[in-house]
Design a protein around this ligand. Structure first.
Ligand code: ZN
Length: 451
């Protein structure tokens, strides 16, 4: 349960109300555990000066699946032994009060004590099966990132070459997680440096070049498959997709792209139809078709899991924004994370809050929604803004007028952009929007000066 307290900014000494968490039950609050491990637990942003800082407070961590209970009282709070015992005792009462009775076992009477935050995190990680060796490797990765960052640009390539063998998938993951975390904490400048470093590594390390090649090949496949889907048209049915997957048989890359782009086409009825076709197929073709069905089932499951993860991440991000006294600076720093998953989570939460009649929460969510949308609009290229404006036109005449303006301002370059948006809409299963874009494209083209 988060606790509302007055927080004092260490930078400008402004006092403001905020919420902090002091008891963390890993089983029921995995998001809190993740925040603790990533150093983001109880991170607050000062509404006055914008400084982000971690509020130090006694903590009690519980993981019932590992019989693990750890208490931690930060030394910087300067509590004596009695004060510490009282604080931990209070947290213990709060935790045991909300856990089911059968979860309270012997180890509750002897919590382990962590002396430092680092110690707390390491004990939790050890409980999760992360070894000292793995932690040392992780520290080495972070040190290498710091080394890259502090290397002058003209020496960077040679330093990367010297460390080429250390640059692997774990290293790249560490780099991108670090960037996300720094951005969320308000260190946009360092996050940007890390993004730059990522680009340099993609170009100058062996592993990076492999990644870049794979990504390029993948993109080409996705484009090819998207074109095939578009050829099917807005009226594409189950039969068309059955034919398409058989054309892709043996190419897992293409099947993967297809399921990723058109997941809704692979519903229960589709698999039923495929099963029926397997039953009717000549003996010699059956094994191949069965493999195809297994592959498609696996791929749809994978897509659904990814959607699930994306949703969970979106929920976490939304929570951070709700908790923030002023979400605006956080919104500006997290633009890349405001994707479809985030917007649908936000929409769902807003509707739920309105239904519950929770005016405070729904007002806050509405503000977040408006700020996110306006930040996304501001971040759009002028051409995309123009296309957006065209789509929002109230009637044909207004659309024709806007099309003429856009044609004059951006010229022929606007056409491939409209095509791209149209393709995206078609693939997303919005045939009406795609059709309307086709019509708007016609208006822009008609208004262009002759080539
Ligand atoms: Zn401040």
């Amino acid at each position: 349960m988060p606790k509302r307290i007055m927080i004092s900014c260490p930078n400008c000494h402004t006092q403001f109300p905020g919420e902090i968490d002091q008891t963390i039950d890993a089983g029921s609050e995995p998001a809190l555990k993740a925040r603790l491990l990533s150093g983001n637990l109880n991170v607050q942003r000062c509404p006055n000066c914008g400084a982000a800082f971690q509020v130090g407070a006694p903590l009690l961590y519980h993981d019932g699946s590992k019989d693990l209970l750890i208490s931690y009282a930060p030394v910087e709070l300067g509590m004596n032994k009695d004060q510490q015992e009282k604080a931990i005792g209070d947290l213990m009462r709060e935790l045991t009060g909300r856990l089911p009775k059968e979860q309270i076992k012997g180890y509750f009477f002897q919590p382990r004590t962590a002396l430092t935050m680092q110690g707390l995190v390491e004990t939790i990680l050890q409980g999760d099966g992360v070894t000292q060796e793995m932690m040392a490797e992780q520290r080495a990765r972070v040190e290498l990132i710091e080394q890259f960052l502090s290397t002058p640009p003209e020496l960077r390539e040679s330093v990367i070459e010297q460390n080429d063998a250390k640059i692997d998938i774990e290293f790249m993951q560490t780099l991108s997680l670090m960037g996300q975390r720094l951005a969320a904490e308000g260190h946009a400048d360092i996050a940007e440096q890390l993004a730059m470093l990522q680009l340099i590594l993609l170009e100058h390390s062996t592993f990076g070049r492999q990644l870049a090649q794979q990504a390029e090949a993948q993109e080409a496949t996705v484009r090819e498959v998207a074109a095939d889907i578009q050829k099917l048209g807005a009226a594409a049915g189950r039969e068309d997709f059955l034919e398409l997957v058989q054309g892709y048989m043996g190419s897992e890359e293409r099947l993967q792209a297809l399921v990723g782009l058109a997941r809704p086409a692979f519903d229960y009825q589709f698999f039923q139809a495929l099963t029926m076709q397997i039953g009717q197929a000549p003996e010699a073709e059956r094994a191949g078709l069965e493999d195809l069905r297994d592959t498609l089932l696996e791929l749809t499951q994978k897509v659904d899991q990814q959607t699930q993860v994306a949703m969970e991440e979106a929920v976490q991000l939304l929570q951070v924004l709700i908790d923030a006294p002023d979400p605006a600076p956080l919104i500006a720093e997290n633009l890349p994370f405001f994707d479809e998953a985030f917007l649908s989570v936000l929409q769902a939460n807003l509707e739920a809050a309105q239904q519950r009649g929770n005016i405070e929460v729904s007002a806050k969510l509405r503000t977040i929604y408006e700020q996110v949308m306006s930040a996304l609009r501001d971040n759009m290229s002028p051409e995309l803004k123009a296309i957006n404006g065209l789509m929002a036109a109230e009637n044909e005449d207004a659309a024709r007028e806007l099309a003429a303006e856009a044609a004059q301002q951006y010229g022929r370059d606007l056409l491939p952009m409209i095509d791209a948006v149209q393709e995206m809409m078609a693939v997303r299963g919005e045939p009406q929007v795609a059709e309307r874009l086709g019509m708007l494209r016609g208006m822009v083209e008609a208004a262009l000066p002759p080539a």
